[in-house]
Design a binder for this molecule. Structure first.
Ligand code: CU
Length: 496
């Protein structure tokens, strides 16, 4: 009897192993059948032009192994959409994935119905379906597009691309430009893995163990000595913050999310949270290979290389200018600097299953640069973790509240990131369809402003923003850590 049971057990185990092997072989077989990822293209779209965009399944090599990923027009990052300020364009979108998706046009002040948020602006786009997005671009700068449904999965799989909005008479004070997407992937057993019905890593977000620049682990760019290089930087990671620098150089920081700064300044590095952008200029006075780096307290990651070749160009100095037209455009919002907040949100988390555990990191940092509790983080899901934006006036949380404002109103919004919550950490908060200024952190007034659509609220801090509500509709306001969004950290502003 015993022997028979043992034999049955062995047979079952062998069957399971052979099934698993077969499944893996099927997966490998199907991956090789997929089209290979293509190089990112730059696509100028003229005013009233039409551009076709398709979300497709592709294969891409990561660390020597080809895996199944997604790409807009088969590209990771997707095509650079180069458009003119104040123009209208049509994006004919096709969903060729096996999942429903949408496209959100991050930072663009477009018509509400084209914002790409399922159930708020319009229904999701089913596999095989098409939808035409009508976009308009009132402000110059660097913006991006990505899905707004299971963002934790779809963006990680490669769905992100940039939009460069140029003014009608565009004059450059740089020689070359490049868009850099910073991203990371969590690769386990050589592949990406997700649960179909919920997001994992809901506690801290999905940190990757492979860092990417423009989808590559070995990014490189060649320029000539003495050329001014303009870099448009975008953080498309699910949760990772970057502290970006280039070995041996300083940046001239000229712009942020949605405009130029009032005053250009020099800096050794630039910090970006998920969804945030920066525009920096850099000049190399000597030939050589310069490392792109992500320098965080724990370590320095090498992100890629800039190869500077010798030339007869005389290196210039990076002069700093005042953007008086940006300051002029902010005069009205600046009148609210000392106003009391119109809305106050407390940022917190509810973890019923883990309430007896201490989940507070004691590293003294107000930013979580790395996953310091990987085991705990991996088992936290969008079903057992609830991230909270709580309206202090009403006590209402997340989607239980709609915050009413009128078109043309200017509102001050305060955030308090409770350091005593079960797991305090920073939150990059993103407002759709409007722009704002980051006016103060812990009461300290910011004296160099830039229009933004993402604000990072560090652990324990009180942060004030002033929003110019110019665009009517129902607009999402949420954490841009993809897993926090899935775990409920979102609310709505209704602009009537
Ligand atoms: Cu968050």
């Amino acid at each position: 009897m015993k022997i028979r049971i043992i034999l049955i057990c062995i047979a079952s185990a062998l069957l399971l192993i052979s099934c698993a092997r077969q499944a893996k072989e099927d997966a490998i077989f199907s991956v090789t059948e997929l089209p290979r990822v293509e190089a990112t293209t730059v696509e100028p779209i003229s005013p009233n032009g039409i551009f076709e965009l398709e979300a497709k399944i592709v294969r891409k090599e990561i660390n020597g192994k080809e895996i199944r990923m997604f790409g807009y027009n088969g590209q990771i990052p997707g095509p650079v959409l180069k458009v003119k300020q104040n123009s209208n364009v049509t994006i004919k979108f096709k969903n060729s994935l096996d999942l429903p998706t949408t496209v959100h046009w991050h930072g663009i002040l477009l018509e509400n119905k084209y914002d790409g948020v399922p159930n708020i602006s319009r229904p999701e786009i089913a596999p095989g379906q098409t939808f035409s997005y009508e976009l308009r671009f009132p402000h110059e700068g660097i913006y991006w597009y990505h899905p707004h449904i299971r963002e934790d999965l779809q963006q990680e799989y490669g769905l992100y691309g940039s939009i460069l909005v140029e003014p009608a008479n565009f004059s450059t004070d740089f020689d070359k430009d490049e868009i850099l997407f910073f991203d990371d992937l969590w690769i386990e057993d050589g592949d990406l893995s997700f649960l179909p019905d919920k997001a994992t890593h809901a506690l801290m977000g999905r940190f990757g163990n492979v860092l990417l620049v423009n989808g590559k682990t070995n990014y490189s760019l060649t320029i000539e000595k003495g050329e001014i290089l303009r870099l448009y930087l975008i953080d498309s990671a699910n949760t990772r913050m970057f502290n970006f620098s280039i070995e041996g150089t300083k940046f001239r920081v000229v712009g942020g999310d949605a405009s130029f700064y009032e005053k250009e300044f020099l800096s050794d590095s630039v910090v970006l949270g998920p969804g945030e952008r920066a525009i920096v200029d850099v000049i190399f006075t000597h030939p050589g290979a310069y490392k792109l780096m992500n320098q965080i307290p724990q370590k320095t990651y090498a992100l890629g290389i800039i190869n500077v070749i010798d030339s007869s160009l005389m290196p210039k100095n990076l002069t700093l200018k005042l953007n008086t037209e940006v300051s002029r455009g902010m005069q009205e919002v600046k009148q609210y600097i000392n106003a009391s907040p119109d809305f106050t949100f407390d940022l917190s988390v509810d973890l019923p299953a883990m309430k007896d555990h201490s989940m507070r990191g004691d590293d003294g940092e107000d930013i979580e640069w790395e996953d310091t509790m990987p085991a705990m983080n991996a088992v936290s899901t969008s079903k057992n973790t609830k991230w909270i934006l709580r309206d202090r006036a009403t006590g209402k949380e997340n989607m239980d509240a709609t915050h009413q404002v009128k078109k043309g109103e200017i509102k001050k919004i305060r955030f308090y990131n409770d350091p005593k919550s079960t797991h305090p950490m920073q939150h990059p908060l993103h407002l759709h369809g409007q722009r704002f200024i980051l006016i103060a952190e812990d009461g300290k007034i910011n004296d160099n402003l830039v229009w933004k659509d993402v604000v990072v609220v560090p652990k324990g801090k009180t942060v004030d923003i002033i929003v110019e509500f110019t665009n009517p509709g129902h607009w999402m306001f949420h954490c841009h850590i993809a897993e926090h969004l899935e775990a409920g950290m979102m609310t709505v502003f209704e602009v009537s």
